[in-house]
Ligand binder design. Structure first.
Ligand SMILES: *Cc1c(COP(=O)(O)O)cnc(C)c1O
Length: 378
């Protein structure tokens, strides 16, 4: 039997709707940069740095070329290299781990908490050795990691925390914002993040002046003064056009974040109401407010079949992430095997992300929920 043409399509992410609402402001901002012909770093980047620092509750922010480079440059500024160990989660986007490995350092994994998908502080403490040089908690999907205990561990062992806040701009924990807890916070402005540029872009937040100064030098080949290189750096600079776009969008971020939160609350409420939660669906538990829902990730019974069914009905979904990082070919190197981090591996088998972007209509959300219901009633 041929599958029917879906009555409706709900994309996982549709950036065109948002673009249409702020097009004029964006054009003006881009035009300003074109008129200035000042394309790399400069006043737009400095403006954005001040605005992001203030939004995150930090003293400094340093614009860089991507979220990946934010992590890489932070680790370079700490002098992480060969023989050092860095503790992080195996349930994250590859960039968290790749940045450590590219410096020749060793990644030591600590499994996640069952509920929040974030690194488990208890497992972190167990993984510390005399070679440990830093800890990278990831605020996955837009919910803060358990920063209280992690900060205690950081203080107790004198280990810096580098927050991977790529998915969590505006996320809070006990009223403080992501990126303001550790020594540094790393943000991504990849187009699909809550604050998305028109290309690659990133930012590092910190309240440590000497770290901010070091990263500013490192992002420009370690050059200070010009053509004198005491530090090894790279080209991790942020473009003025991206900064100008982000400054327009930042003004709307709170409103968009609240829309994401409302969409999430609606899904969770409807899934409960329809009796789909428990056996079949576990909606994302909110363990630590404020969750900013870069993704709405639930656990689903029969996940792969559900995903295929939703796809056939025009509903876009994604699996973040289908394979834990310790099991990736370029990481495993005979050091890890299946079963080493069972909570992460189980999450990989069960998670499914639904469309959650701010501009979803109530019809879109109802359609998504009714298709989930249809799947489990077949
Ligand atoms: C997106 C992302 C990154 C990398 O950001 P880019 O800007 O794409 O380089 C790093 N870590 C996490 C958790 C991410 O989601």
């Amino acid at each position: 039997m041929k599958s029917p043409v879906p009555a409706k399509a709900v994309l996982l992410l549709d950036l065109k709707i948002q673009y249409a609402t702020i097009k004029e402001d964006l054009m003006r901002a881009i035009e300003r940069v074109l008129t200035s012909q000042y394309f790399i770093l400069g006043p737009e980047v400095e403006g954005l740095e001040h605005e992001i620092a203030s939004y995150c509750g930090c003293k400094y922010a340093v614009g860089v070329s991507s979220g990946t480079d934010a992590i890489l440059a932070s680790l370079m500024a700490l002098g992480i290299s060969n023989g050092d160990e860095v503790i992080t989660t195996p349930f994250t986007f590859f960039a968290t781990v790749g940045s450590v490995l590219r410096l020749g350092a060793r990644v030591v994994f600590a499994d996640i908490e069952q509920e929040s998908f974030n690194i488990d502080p208890y497992q972190v403490e167990k993984a510390i050795t005399p070679k440990t040089k830093a800890i990278i908690p990831v605020h996955l999907f837009g919910q803060s990691a358990e920063m209280g205990p992690l900060l205690e561990i950081s203080a107790k062992y004198g280990l810096p925390l580098i927050e991977d806040a790529a998915q969590a701009i505006g996320a809070e924990y006990m009223g403080k914002r992501a990126g303001s807890f550790g020594l540094a916070g790393c943000f991504s402005f990849f187009p699909s993040k809550n604050l998305g540029a028109f290309g690659d872009a990133g930012m590092i937040t910190t309240s440590d002046k000497s770290l901010a100064d070091r990263i500013r030098i490192i992002r420009n080949h370690g050059s200070n003064p010009k053509y004198h290189h005491k530090l090894l750096g790279g080209n991790f600079r942020l473009d003025a056009i991206q900064a100008a776009v982000l400054r327009v969008k930042l003004k709307h971020l709170e409103e968009w974040t609240e829309m994401r939160r409302e969409n999430a609350a609606y899904y969770t409420h409807r899934l409960h109401e329809l009796g789909l939660t428990g056996e079949k669906i576990i909606p994302p538990p909110v363990v630590r407010e404020r969750h900013v829902y870069n993704q709405y990730v639930l656990r689903a019974k029969n996940r792969d079949a559900l995903r295929e069914f939703l796809g056939s009905r025009g509903v876009g979904t994604e699996i973040y992430y289908p394979k834990a990082i310790h099991l990736q070919d370029c990481v495993i190197e005979g050091r890890y095997k299946e079963g080493d981090f069972p909570i992460s591996e189980k999450a990989s088998d069960e998670v499914l992300a639904l469309p959650i972007y701010p501009e979803l209509s109530s019809e879109d959300k109802d359609y998504v929920v009714s298709m989930i219901k249809e799947f489990y009633e077949r």
